[in-house]
Design a binder for this molecule. Structure first.
Ligand SMILES: [Zn+2]
Ligand SMILES: [Zn+2]
Length: 211
């Protein structure tokens, strides 16, 4: 689907500046990735026609990395892991998908492939690459800085969000599982760990060693 982003529109400077103030304050520095996060979020919110920052849960953001980029996204949108409006799918990529939970429209935004080189054209006064990115990313128009793609989520929004009141008990370890993250195996209800998808290996406690 064609993306209708107004390429003539200049960078939304007030929104960008206030977001960068928030992001850099919690981060103790301002870096190019925070700028990219803020720019992605401002452009995506505009394309989805959602006012930001939000205090409701209508905007869901799936970021493809952790780190500074996410601070920029959070500062613009108000989404958070605690609010269950931000999810990290760690693919190690500077990209994010912005989802209007009500309409299920989802827009993936990432920097253009050659954005580091192009940034120099917008910050000719900066001789160092890092600072050319830091300042160039703040000045480049959306269509030169970012690429946009409407996408369909592999997991429906309702399943991602799930029912907050859902509770199950793992038949193996007995721990409680919330948000419908349990797995059914034959007639058993299991947590993902007991179903074999653990991210850790338990160490055997040695006799006489106290935790
Ligand atoms: Zn940083
Ligand atoms: Zn279990």
């Amino acid at each position: 689907m064609a993306i209708s982003i107004d390429t003539q529109k200049l960078v939304d400077l007030p929104a960008l500046e206030s977001a960068l103030a928030v992001a850099s304050a919690r981060h103790n520095h301002l870096c190019p990735r925070q700028v990219l996060g803020a720019r992605c979020a401002i452009a995506a919110s505009a394309a989805l026609e959602l006012a930001v920052p939000r205090i409701d849960k209508r905007l869901l953001v799936i970021v493809e990395t952790d780190g500074c980029f996410v601070d920029g996204v959070e500062a613009v949108t108000g989404v958070s892991v605690g609010g269950r409006t931000l999810r990290v799918e760690d693919y190690g990529k500077i990209a994010a998908t912005f989802v209007d939970v009500k309409t299920e429209r989802a827009l993936r935004v990432a920097p253009q492939i050659d954005v580091r080189t192009r940034a120099r054209d917008y910050a000719p006064e900066q001789s160092q690459r890092y600072f050319a990115m830091l300042h160039g990313y703040q000045r480049m128009p959306d269509d030169e800085l970012l690429s946009f793609e409407w996408v369909t989520l592999s997991t429906p929004v309702a399943a991602i969000i799930s029912r907050a009141s859902a509770r199950a008990i793992c038949d193996e370890c007995g721990e409680e599982i919330i948000n419908e993250r349990e797995v059914q195996e034959d007639a058993r209800t299991l947590c993902r760990t007991c179903a074999g998808n653990q991210y850790y290996t338990a160490e055997k406690l040695q006799q006489g060693v106290r935790l």
